[in-house]
Design a binder for this molecule. Sequence first.
Ligand code: HPA
Length: 256
Amino acid sequence: MPALYSVIGGSGLYNLGENFVQESQEIVETPYGATSAPIIRGTWQDCPVIFLARHGESHRIPPHQINYRANLYALKQQGVTHIIAVNAVGAISADYEPRTIALPDQIIDYSWGRAQSFSGADGSGEVHHIDFTYPYSSSLRAMIIESSNVANIRLQSSGVYGCTNGPRLESKAEIIKMSRDGCDMIGMTGMPEAALARELGIEYASIALVVNWCAGVNEPDSGDSEITMEKIMQILEQGLEPVKQLILLTLKRVNQ
Ligand code: HPA
């Protein structure tokens, strides 16, 4: 099976930018319902890629209402073998300050009420207990780490991603608890996406962009620690550029 890469864009990443040449756009209905947005196929500086905006084209779908199963099922149907997901996160650990690009290597799932699996729903009558010891693809992570070295893009090359349900942010006590659990960063969209990709046999890695300190932990005391969408959007605007560079370089290297 030839490799086919997909990028799932998170908050702030609703397209791949000017250098992306679109070839087709398809609204896909799956047995699990519709995808968040059209599945966009094209080339990015000559690299074939499929793009999907996780929150919809204009960020209309909150994390707990995303149809993760439809998204992953549709990508598999299109022949996708590898997914580079982009996720905005808040940081807990001191060395993940805002604007850090991180490549998590572990997950703790605190989300609830989401359709977590194809098992029991795919009509196969089979139950699959996938191995999730290492939730992300080690080969894809290695390629992204190599690309960051080549391009001199600073990358936190590991870390524990805690997935909350959202859409609200966390209380201080929740963050202290998750810190004790070992989480370095918190987001709302990492699960069940990573597990569904594993169920479908898709190599999956997440590039997480830190956009705030979680519940103000580690924040220098400026007297203005409220986390606002305005501040987050500002960081996303600047911080997503190197994230895109990192993905593009990875695609170029795998297409060499
Ligand atoms: N918590 C959870 N998810 C997030 C955060 C946060 O602080 N920032 C961006 N996504």
